[in-house]
Design a protein around this ligand. Structure first.
Ligand code: ZN
Length: 249
C-alpha cells in the first residue's frame, strides 16, 4: 500500500515536471523566433524597412488635444520687406525673400513664402480661405515652416503687393516693398508639430509652427488669388500618434 502511494506521488510529480518543461521549451521557442524577427542583418542593409509617410502635413489641429510646450518657444521674426523676386512656380505664387527667424533660441534664415487656397491646415476641422507658408532653413539644412491663416475681413496690404505682381507661369519683378508684417499676427501663440513638406517630395522632419491667430484678407483679394490658384491645398493627413504642442503668448 505504501509503495503504491509513493509511485503515485512520483508519477504525479513527474507529470508536473514534464509539464513545466514543455512550457519552458515553448517560451524559449517564442523568444527565439521574435529575436529572429527583430534581428538586424547588417549584411543586407538594403532590405531594411524604411518607415516613411506616417508623419505628413498638413494636419487638422485639434486644439483640445494640444499639449503645453515645455520650451520657452519664443518666435522672433525679422523678415525683409524688400523682397528678392516673385515667381509663379506652377503650384503657387512664391515670393523669394530674406530675413532671420529665431525660433525657440535657434536661428533660421527665411528662404521664401507662398500661398495656399483654401488653407492646408485646419483648426478644429475648420478651413480658412487662405494660408501663407514662410519657409525657413537652419544652417545645417533643417526646415521650419511658419503657417499663418487668413480670415475674411479687411484688405491685407502685404498680400495686395504680391497680388499686383503676379505673372502667370513666370518670374516677375516683385513689389519694391512688401509689408510682410501685415501677414503675421501680432500675437505669437502657435501650434507646433513635426510634419512634412506639403508638395512633392513630401520630405518629413519639417518643423511646423502654425499661428493660432489669423490675419485678415478681403473677399476681393481671395477672389483675385483664386483666379490663379484655387484648390492648391493638400488634403489633411492622419496624425498617427504625433503630439501637437501649444506655445502661448
Ligand atoms: Zn506651402
Amino acid at each position: 500500500m505504501k509503495k503504491t502511494m509513493l509511485i503515485g506521488v512520483l508519477l504525479a510529480f513527474s507529470v508536473v515536471l514534464s509539464g513545466c518543461g514543455d512550457t519552458e521549451q515553448k517560451k524559449e521557442e517564442k523568444a527565439t523566433s521574435s529575436e529572429h524577427e527583430e534581428h538586424l542583418d547588417y549584411g543586407k542593409q538594403s532590405d531594411w524597412k524604411v518607415e516613411s509617410g506616417k508623419f505628413q502635413s498638413p494636419i487638422n489641429i485639434d486644439t483640445t488635444k494640444a499639449v503645453p510646450m515645455k520650451d520657452e518657444g519664443a518666435l522672433d521674426l525679422n523678415y525683409n520687406d524688400k523682397v528678392l523676386n516673385q515667381v509663379d512656380n506652377g503650384h503657387s505664387i512664391q515670393v523669394n525673400d530674406e530675413g532671420i527667424a529665431e525660433i525657440n533660441g535657434r536661428q533660421f534664415e527665411l528662404k521664401q513664402f507662398h500661398f495656399h487656397a483654401k488653407s492646408e491646415h485646419t483648426l478644429d476641422g475648420e478651413y480658412y480661405p487662405l494660408e501663407v507658408h514662410f519657409v525657413n532653413q537652419s544652417q545645417a539644412g533643417r526646415l521650419a515652416v511658419i503657417g499663418v491663416f487668413f480670415k475674411e475681413g479687411k484688405a491685407n496690404p502685404g498680400f495686395q503687393a504680391v497680388l499686383e505682381h503676379i505673372k502667370k507661369g513666370q518670374e516677375s519683378p516683385s513689389a519694391e516693398s512688401v509689408d510682410v508684417a501685415s501677414m503675421l499676427p501680432d500675437n505669437r501663440t502657435y501650434y507646433h508639430y513635426l510634419g512634412s513638406l506639403t508638395t512633392p517630395p513630401l520630405t518629413e522632419n519639417v518643423e511646423w509652427y502654425v499661428m493660432a491667430t489669423p490675419v485678415e484678407v478681403s473677399q476681393q483679394q481671395i477672389e483675385t488669388f483664386n483666379t490663379y490658384y484655387d484648390g492648391n491645398n493638400r488634403k489633411v493627413q492622419p496624425l498617427n500618434g504625433r503630439s501637437i504642442l501649444k506655445h502661448e503668448e
